[in-house]
Design a protein around this ligand. Structure first.
Ligand SMILES: Nc1ncnc2c1ncn2[C@@H]1O[C@H](COP(=O)(O)OP(=O)(O)OP(=O)(O)O)[C@@H](O)[C@H]1O
Ligand SMILES: [Mg+2]
Length: 134
């Protein structure tokens, strides 16, 4: 399962999110993912990108192609070097927000993908990796 980098994108503005959504969708089309899977992955990645911008002071996204014994997957790694998340369990709870959100971005993203990993260190930043398998 050796990842191949497909794209690396900055996440600073809403326009960057639009660009990331476009790139994710077009790579998924290229690799034969269903429309439903494209939409789930794009939605999850957008939520994480929005968090990186709103709470992490901006960051970046990397899209990767995974292959594992004939299976094909798309991974998005979204990271920032913001304040991090002190209480990850709380942040992953439906309805928890420190701002004006619905508190559904993180837990909702997790439900939309096949694999979800989050690392966060107070003062260091946050990195989230999501994978959709075809
Ligand atoms: N990249 C990040 N850096 C720092 N804190 C974060 C980051 N992402 C999420 N958080 C914290 O986790 C909380 C929950 O995030 P989540 O995306 O689930 O909800 P929200 O952004 O508050 O609302 P919604 O996404 O539903 O609009 C946020 O309110 C914020 O406190
Ligand atoms: Mg959010």
């Amino acid at each position: 399962m050796n990842p191949l980098t497909l794209d690396t994108l900055p996440l600073r503005t809403s326009e960057d999110i639009v660009q990331m959504r476009r790139s994710t969708r077009s790579w998924m089309v290229e690799h034969g993912f269903s429309l439903v899977d494209q939409t789930k992955m794009v939605t999850a990645a957008s939520e994480l990108a929005r968090n990186a911008i709103d709470y992490g002071g901006g960051g970046s996204a990397r899209l990767e192609l995974l292959t594992d014994q004939g299976r094909v997957g798309i991974r998005a790694v979204i990271q920032d070097h913001g304040p991090g998340i002190a209480n990850l369990a709380q942040a992953m709870t439906d309805g928890y927000t420190s701002g004006q959100g619905l508190g559904l971005g993180l837990p909702g993203s997790k439900r939309l993908v096949d694999d979800f990993e989050i690392w966060s260190e107070p003062g260091q930043g946050t990195r989230v990796s999501i994978v959709k398998w075809r």
